[in-house]
Unconditional design. Structure first.
Length: 314
């Protein structure tokens, strides 16, 4: 049984993963090498926990209890040597991940299960320098941002591990309220990101071609397809709408839609202008001054409300 967890990487995703497990009582080690970031790490999580308390998700006393479950380390070996389950969430650089997994193979106990949060790199490439025996206990476990709210967790089952090992990890994720997706074949992007990119490609194309304003394009998604998708999957939607209708509409529309094989030029223009979204104060929308914090707070609170509502549809 998995009881002790380690997270490698203290960025947006890593910190979110730490919080998710700690909120459910798991003992979590996190590797944070930057001294300033070590000092700020728990404070940042505490602020997020306060929002959960304000929204009635956790009790006030649970804030300090959650923080007590988190231990910060600067040395990799100290972080992982007694852990049952290790999640790597460092930047998407193959060489870096290969080196980390080589060291994990050496430092971790034989029974430990290793995983990577990547969604764009292949497990077979990441584990190139890992022993054949260890490869039987390595997998991809892809989270969505913010990890401490989004209920999805994509888990790989590519034929390298036993069903019993997979089930152990699946049970772990279900114990913290995650909806697990079992991915049976190794493909870039796994499942959720590939679906998301399909939607995004057409959204950016509509924007580029001036079909509607940014506000109305997002409105069309939020109150059209996404309104159903919050509780109903695409295959269910097809069943309810009629597979014959979906076939006819697909034949009529798909040939007219964007079928490009690379990111939209609109995104590249935004990048050149330094308009990267909320982190720079402007993207497709403006987040100047106090708008940034207000937008972030509203975004998190909306997701928390949706998370609470989604429990009725499990």
């Amino acid at each position: 049984m998995i009881k002790k967890i380690a997270v490698l990487g203290a960025g947006t995703m890593g910190a979110g993963i730490v919080q998710a497990f700690a909120m459910h009582g798991y003992d979590v080690n996190v590797m944070v090498r930057n001294k300033d970031k070590q000092n700020r790490f728990k404070t940042a999580i505490k602020e997020k926990l306060k929002v959960f308390n304000e929204e009635g998700v956790i009790a006030k006393e649970d804030i300090e209890k959650t923080l007590d479950h988190i231990s910060i380390f600067s040395d990799l070996k100290d972080t992982v040597e007694d852990r049952d389950y290790i999640i790597e969430s460092v930047p998407e650089a193959l060489g870096l991940k290969q080196e980390i997994f080589k060291l994990l193979d050496e430092y971790c106990k034989e029974s430990a299960i290793l995983s990577s949060n990547t969604s764009s790199l292949k497990l077979s490439d990441i584990t190139m320098n890992v022993s054949e025996e260890r490869k039987k206990r390595v997998m991809l476990t892809h989270w969505y941002n913010p990890a401490y709210i989004m209920p999805i967790a994509e888990l790989s089952f590519f034929g390298n591990m036993e069903e019993e090992t997979y089930k152990e990890v699946e049970t772990l994720y279900q114990s913290i309220g995650k909806q697990t997706v079992k991915v049976l074949k190794e493909v870039p992007g796994l499942v959720a990101n590939r679906i998301q990119q399909g939607v995004a490609r057409e959204v950016f194309s509509l924007m580029e071609n001036g079909i509607a304003s940014p506000e109305d394009i997002d409105k069309a998604l939020k109150f059209g397809p996404a309104f159903r998708y919050a509780t109903t999957g695409q295959l269910e939607v097809a069943d309810f709408g009629g597979i014959d209708i979906w076939c006819i509409v697909g034949d009529n529309l798909l040939k007219e839609m964007d079928h490009s094989l690379k990111a939209n030029q609109l995104l590249r223009h935004k990048m050149k202008e330094g308009k990267l979204g909320i982190k720079t104060g402007e993207g497709f929308f403006s987040y100047e001054g106090s708008k940034k914090e207000e937008a972030l707070s509203q975004y998190i609170r909306k997701l928390i409300h949706q998370l609470k509502a989604s429990k009725y549809y499990e």
